[in-house]
Write a protein that binds this ligand. Sequence first.
Ligand SMILES: [Zn+2]
Length: 152
Amino acid sequence: MSISILSTKTIKDAVRAAIGHEATFTIVSSGTSPCPNCSVSGWYDSYNDKSLYPWCGICSGDYWLDGESQITVSGAHVRWITMDTPGYGPAGQTYEGDCYVTISIDDLTTTQVNNVKEIEVDSRKVQPFKTIYRGIPSRDRIRFMCREFEKV
Ligand SMILES: [Zn+2]
C-alpha cells in the first residue's frame, strides 16, 4: 500500500467519524411473529394464545415465532480493523475484519441491545460478539465489537 492511498484513507476515516454513520440494527424478539402456516389457515387459538394445530411443522403448535425488527441509528461511530489473515467463524464462514460500532445509550433499549443479531454499516453486515458500555463520568455510549462474515 502506497503512502498516498494510506493518507487518503486516513482522511476519509476522519471525515466519516466526524459526521457519523448510519447503522441498521437487526433485533430479534422472541415470540412476536405469527406462524405463516397457522395464520393463513386461521388456526390461532386466542383463548390459549397458541395454535389449534399442534402438529404444525413450522411452529410446533406454539403459533408465535421469533420476529426480527430493524432500527436505524444515525450518528454511529464506526471503526474498521482489517484483519491481515482471514480466519474462520461458525459454519466455515470467513471473516473479513473486525469493526467497532459505537452508539449513544439512548438509541436502543437494554432489551434491544441484548438481542442484536446483526448490524449493517457501510453496506456491510457484521455480527456483534461483545457489548461494552463506555463513557466518563456516566456510561452514555455502547460499543459493539463486531466481526464481518463473508457469506460462503
Ligand atoms: Zn404453525
